[in-house]
Write a new protein. Structure first.
Length: 129
């Protein structure tokens, strides 16, 4: 959902049209195209339409399951990020930081490709287990 406030200014309608075109182009056919609203909040213009649009969009998203899908995906991404953070925190021991630091003190000292260095550090993780 997009809100273009201060829509009484020059270019606001053109911006809304461009945004709608972009959203139409990049929204998958199976997905709901996000609505675009023009408002002038200081004058109360478009506020009722915005409120009704929010209610309508929420109802549509709920009825077709998109809201639940988005919430589930957000939950999965958050869990994945937390696992990644914890794995990375437990991986980077003082010794590994030292190895990486010593091998990257200057560009001239870098003698291995990033993938090779990563494999060496990962190999030391296996050896430590």
């Amino acid at each position: 959902m997009f809100v273009i406030n201060k829509s009484d200014r020059d270019g606001a309608n053109r911006l809304a049209s461009m945004l709608k075109n972009i959203l139409h182009t990049f929204t998958a056919r199976s997905k709901i195209e996000p609505p675009v609203f023009n408002t002038v909040a200081t004058e109360g213009q478009g506020i009722i339409e915005l409120f009704m649009g929010i209610e309508s969009h929420l109802k549509t998203m709920t009825e077709n399951g998109h809201l639940d899908d988005r919430r589930l995906e957000r939950y999965r991404q958050r869990v994945s990020a937390l696992v990644r953070e914890q794995l990375e925190d437990s991986f980077w021991t003082a010794e590994k930081k030292k190895i990486l630091g010593e091998s990257t003190q200057s560009l001239d000292r870098i003698s291995t490709a990033p993938h090779t260095m990563a494999q060496e550090l990962l190999g030391s993780q296996i050896n430590e287990s």
